[in-house]
Design a protein around this ligand. Sequence first.
Ligand SMILES: *Cc1c(COP(=O)(O)O)cnc(C)c1O
Length: 385
Amino acid sequence: MSDPGPSGRFGRFGGRYVPESLITACEELEEAFRDAWDDPAFRAALSQTLELYAGRPTPVTPALRLSADLGVTLLLKREDLTHTGSHKINNVLGQALLARRMGKTRLLAETGAGQHGVATATAGALLGLGVTVFMGERDMERQQLNVFRMRLLGAEVVGVSSGSRTLKDACSEALRHWVAAADDAHYCIGSVMGPHPYPWMVREFQRVVGEEARGQCASLLPRAVPDVVVACVGGGSNAAGTFAGFVDTPARLVGVEPAGGAAVAGGEPGVLHGFHSYVLQDEDGQIQEAHSISAGLDYPGVGPEHAHLADTGRATYVSVTDDEAVAAVARLARTEGILPALESAHALAWVLKAAGTPDLPAGSTVLVTLSGRGDKDADQLARLI
Ligand SMILES: *Cc1c(COP(=O)(O)O)cnc(C)c1O
């Protein structure tokens, strides 16, 4: 998981499939990011913001009662404890500081569940940047609290009425808007997707999750590195950040997709939103809708580096159903007093299924990244549990 170079390729995946008018904006962004990432002053400013504002480092919590039930040692990387309640803030603060360094005055963002929109609205308020968030109208109905939060934070929320009126359509609309606004606006993408340099840049901003966890595991586990490292995969940013901390260890890396949006397991290579990766599509190459209970995983593609990690076999991708994820929320809440986001519950649900099987034999040590907290899902869960 290194620098993909100017082509932005991870094996056969990635690249930069955008209209001519956005090539320059992507090139400028790549240059600015390379420059910033090599600059100790930028790194220090980001670290300080993550620490003093976002609440890093987040702990790794041993899940003691659940471990005893399952016969494995389960550790949880607690991104739910960050400011705004998910790992999204790590990437957003990085991109917002970069946008300011580039002289941009506005941030554009797409959002599905609203978590990335809330994080971007938060960073905009912190740094005095204007924020416009594109959100599918269907998601606006499903996630009214986050729409209200974004507006309260001073962001403009633009409803998108095309297509399925969800995340995929919000991404398309944000890209379209960026074409006209690139002079003063930075497009703050919320996952390891989009044209180069985004998949690489977002992974680098999320790397802090894996690097912290690596050090924390070393002091908690007799053999320093867990046997298995697990994270949920929508676009794949919390998983990419987590995996980056362990890719050079013997740990098995497992990405968990929702059964209704399993782009690695069920997709075909194709181009979506400016990058080449596994994408859910029909026989004619038309993009198919993803159908997941968790809006944050409801995306028909997957970040190109995950497609490559799957191809090379370095990481394994599995899927769990909506019901399994809901059951995992309740199980963690009752055994550990932690209410995870429905997205994060997918990672946990795989552990619940695999514990004691050859996939995760008794006595194994396993780290799960808890990408976010579950408060946002309370309404939805109330109708299900
Ligand atoms: C957005 C989100 C995800 C999915 O995004 P990735 O880029 O795959 O990490 C997962 N968990 C939470 C809590 C989210 O908000």
